[in-house]
Ligand binder design. Sequence first.
Ligand SMILES: [Zn+2]
Length: 207
Amino acid sequence: MSTLKLIGTNLLTALVTAAVTSVFWLFAFNAGSVEPGAPAQEVKGQPKAPPQPQIFTGPTGLVIPVAGMRPEDLIDTYKQARAGGARVHDAIDIMAPEGRPVVAAAPGKVEKLFFSKGGGGITAYVRSPDSRYVFYYAHLRDYAPGLREGQILKQGDPIGTVGVTGNANPAGPHLHFAIHRMARGETWHEGAPVNPYPLLVGSGEAR
Ligand SMILES: [Zn+2]
């Protein structure tokens, strides 16, 4: 009698378990099958734009000027020798695929768009709102559509794309990014270099 009761209890447990499991899968299946049928954000008749890489802000508030790059992706190349050791780099190179968006690290006004065949190639010089700094973006493949001198840029606004123009190695597309501290009256190609690396990554050693 008690054995029969035990079997009965086990059978009941098994049945309940089976039922609960079925209900679970029923819900899971329905939830999964309903969602794709609700095109809340899709615009009909237009191809989806490819997803743009995210823009990251470093701990000191500067934006990493190449989309998709995080502070931890950067390497401090500020003191690397250039031109056979005759001079130092005074900038950092942010290696990234050609065509990747280059964006304003900080707000400012486009002071000069300049082409230097044997140097920075297609470049942009952006002056900070307080006039004390110039941010320099070089080796661009191209400028953002409509970019012009005198234009006011918000932080993160597009400047152009990563390229290999000027004296960049064609095998290593990158953004050459420099920050110059400007004395009163100094113009776009002057100023004293400041290491962008700690400013972008956040150790704050540049000051
Ligand atoms: Zn460089």
